[in-house]
Design a protein around this ligand. Structure first.
Ligand SMILES: Nc1nc2c(ncn2[C@@H]2O[C@H](COP(=O)(O)OP(=O)(O)O)[C@@H](O)[C@H]2O)c(=O)[nH]1
Ligand SMILES: [Mg+2]
Length: 372
C-alpha cells in the first residue's frame, strides 16, 4: 500500500506486526508510541475485543523526517493473534509493505509461533505475495522471562529464510526500535528494487543514512539485543513516557497523512468496512486526513448508524448496539460528540474507533449477509 509522492519526496508505507495471540504485538506498538517524539507520531488507536479486552487491532502512524532524499511515513498495525480472527488478519494485511513477526519465546508458545508463521505465509500467498521476497523481520520476544527457548532453536524453526531477527523485551522496549529500523530499511530497499522509489544518487546503501536519520528523531537509543549481531554495545534505558501532544497541529497533520495516503488509500476505517459502507468509511478517513474533525465525527456517526441498522431497522439504536455488542457508552459518547463543533483530533480518532468497532462487530455477526 505504499504511496510515493516524488515531487514532495515522500513515502507512505504500511507495516504489520503479526504473530500469535499474546506474543507482545500491542506492547511493542505501545513502546514505539512512547519512544517516538510526539511530533513524529500520531495517536495510537486500539480496538479491543469484547470479553477479555485482548486488543483486536491497533494502529499507529509514525513519521521519520528523512531517509535519503525522502521523508517516510509509516502506518503501523497489529493483527489479532487468535485463530478465529483470520478474516481481520487478512484485512489488516492487505497492502502491507512489510511485516514484523512477533514470536513468543516461551516454550508453551512454540506451536503457536509456528502456526502463526504458516498462517502469515498463507494469507500473503492469497494476495499473490511470497514471503521469500517480502520485507520480513522477526522478533523473539519476552526474552526477559526465565527458561525461555534458546534463540538458536527458535531461529532454526522460525527463521529458515535468514531474515533479520532480534531478541526483544517489549515490556521494557529492549530491541523494539532496532526491529522497527530494520523493517523500515527492508521496506525502502524493496520499494527501490521495485523502482517505486528511485535510487539515491551516489548512495550504495541506505543503511547508515537511515540509521542516522532515526537517531536524530528518536529521543534516545533503545535497548538493543539483535540476535543477528550479538557483539552490539550494551543496553540503555528507554526514555520516560512521552506526553501525548493532544490536538497538536503537526501531529494531526502527520497522523492524517499516514492514515489516509492519496489514491489506493486504505485508511483505518476503510480497511474494515463492508462494501456497502466503504464510501462513508473513505469519507471519514479522508476527513481525518484533511484535519476536518467535525466532518470526520459526523460522517462516522452517520456510518455507525447505518452499520447498526443491519441489526434490524425495527430496533432502536440502543437495541441494535446491544445485539451487535457495540459498546453502549462508546456509542453514547459518539452521539453527543456528533452534535458538537470545533472537535479535536482525539475526538475524530475516537469516532473512527467506534466506526471500526461497529464494522468488526458486523463482521463477527456475519452481516451484511452478502459480501456486497
Ligand atoms: N515478560 C514479558 N511480558 C511481555 C512482553 N511483551 C508482552 N508481554 C506481556 O504479554 C501479554 C500480552 O501482550 P500483548 O502485547 O497484549 O500481546 P498481543 O496479543 O501480541 O498484542 C501482556 O501481559 C504483556 O504485558 C515481554 O517482552 N516480556
Ligand atoms: Mg494485541
Amino acid at each position: 500500500m505504499s504511496t510515493v509522492n516524488v515531487l514532495a519526496r515522500e513515502i507512505a508505507a504500511k507495516v504489520v506486526f503479526y504473530g500469535p495471540g499474546l506474543s507482545g504485538k500491542t506492547t511493542t506498538l505501545k513502546k514505539i508510541y512512547e519512544s517516538v517524539k510526539p511530533a513524529h507520531r500520531g495517536e495510537l488507536m486500539s480496538l479491543p475485543t469484547e470479553a477479555d479486552r485482548t486488543l483486536f487491532f491497533d494502529f499507529l502512524p509514525v513519521k521519520v523526517e528523512r531517509v535519503g532524499e525522502y521523508s517516510v511515513r509509516l502506518a503501523l498495525y497489529t493483527v489479532p493473534g487468535q485463530v478465529f480472527y483470520n478474516a481481520t488478519r487478512k484485512l489488516v494485511l492487505q497492502g502491507a509493505d512489510g511485516v514484523v513477526f512477533v514470536s513468543d519465546s516461551q516454550e508453551a508458545a512454540e506451536d503457536a509461533n509456528r502456526e502463526s508463521l504458516v498462517n502469515l505465509e498463507e494469507n500473503l500467498a492469497e494476495q499473490g505475495i511470497r514471503l521469500e521476497r517480502f520485507p520480513l523481520v522477526i522478533q523473539y520476544n519476552k526474552r526477559d522471562l526465565p527458561g525461555v527457548v534458546p534463540v538458536e532453536r527458535m531461529r532454526t524453526v522460525l527463521n529458515t529464510r535468514g531474515v533479520p531477527d532480534f531478541e526483544t523485551c517489549a515490556t521494557s522496549g529492549q530491541g523494539v526500535l532496532d526491529t522497527l529500523k530494520s523493517v523500515m530499511r527492508l521496506v525502502i530497499r524493496d520499494l527501490r528494487q521495485k523502482r517505486v522509489v528511485p535510487p539515491v544518487r551516489g548512495e550504495t546503501t541506505e543503511g547508515p543514512d537511515l540509521e542516522g536519520q532515526l537517531r536524530q528523531h528518536l529521543p534516545a537509543q533503545p535497548a538493543t539485543a539483535p540476535a543477528t549481531n550479538p557483539g552490539r554495545p550494551a543496553i540503555g534505558q528507554l526514555p520516560p513516557l512521552a506526553t501525548p501532544a493532544r490536538g497538536h497541529p503537526a501531529v494531526a497533520k502527520m497522523a492524517a497523512a499516514v492514515s489516509s495516503p492519496p489514491k489506493r488509500a486504505m485508511g483505518s476505517a476503510a480497511a474494515l468496512a463492508p462494501g456497502a459502507l466503504l464510501d462513508p468509511a473513505r469519507v471519514a478517513d479522508a476527513a481525518f486526513a484533511a484535519g476536518d474533525y467535525d466532518a470526520c465525527v459526523k460522517t462516522c456517526h452517520e456510518a455507525v448508524r447505518r452499520a447498526l441498522a443491519y441489526a434490524g431497522t425495527g430496533n432502536d439504536a440502543a437495541s441494535q448496539a446491544l445485539l451487535l455488542r457495540v459498546d453502549g457508552p462508546d456509542l453514547l459518547k459518539l452521539e453527543l460528540m456528533a452534535g458538537g463543533s470545533h472537535l479535536r483530533v482525539d475526538d475524530a480518532a475516537f469516532a473512527l474507533y467506534v466506526l471500526m468497532q461497529s464494522f468488526v462487530r458486523l463482521q463477527a455477526a456475519g452481516l451484511p449477509p452478502h459480501a456486497d
